[in-house]
Design a protein around this ligand. Sequence first.
Ligand SMILES: [Mn+2]
Length: 347
Amino acid sequence: MPQQLTLQQTINELEQGNPPASDAGFLGASLDPAEATLLLIPVPWEATTSYGGGTSAAPQAIISASHQLDLEDSAFGQPYRAGITFIEQSSEIESLNAETRQAALKVIEALERNEAAITESTMVNAASEQLNHYVYQQAKAIRQEGKLAAVVGGDHASPQGLIQALAEESEFGILHLDAHHDLRVSYEGFTHSHASIFYNVLENYPSVTKLVQVAIRDYSRDEANYARANSGRIAVHYGADLFARKANGESFHQVARSIVDELPERVYISFDIDALDPPYCPGTGTPVPGGLSYDEACYLLEIVAKSGREIIGFDLCEVSPGEGEWDANVGARILYKLCGALLLSHQ
Ligand SMILES: [Mn+2]
């Protein structure tokens, strides 16, 4: 592990632009977490992944890919100067993920034979609770130091503990970019499925006053009904509707403003990489054609950050590195934009 640097040493090193050591941290430096303003919690978790796997490797792949980024940003300035770093990845969570994944596969295989694997289901649900508790504790500790926290998953079950910690502090709304509602009561028998995160959030945390979902384009009847039944709290911008508005002559600026106008003063951003068109995330577990372009997503983040709202935290989920470096490369860029948006909203 490379020697940890102070914030000033980190800034100097990044601004010299020397090629980073391969074991360097986010952006190519190794900033001491004690010196950071924004701490990223790596969550190597894909226990309930239902289709394509690999997202548990995302935090490390994104760190490596981030070494290639140039750090000036036309929208957000110089986010690196505030001090951004990952906390250490937990080897216990890595092991728990591997064990839980095996149990979850047995449950899914049993379901396909129309059978139930009750012991394994119970184990998966208990392990998911353990994960949520781990993320909650990390987030709570970061917040108690007066710092900002974000989660890099892992699948979309990864950030619940962070949302829980923030929900104990104040009311806020969530800007949720995703191809999926993630509003299932449970999925394949798993209470804490990646497909259930926002059902769990809305049912458990009343201080989440609003959920604004963007680019949704693959969903069940029950999820759509749940969103309609809770239309005061949930606003949905389906992918097809976003396209139709642009096709009918609305500018993307108008579209983005109308999305942001629905959010309260304090905003959490949950970014599932499959909100983007699959060419930007070919490895992700459940890709769906259509969706936001990279530029549209970045522009939407800029509009939120410059709207006067406070971004209180975020997660980036479902990046799956797979073969080659493209998925992690796009993931690292989106992550740096999310960091920039959050930090800008605090200036
Ligand atoms: Mn999702």
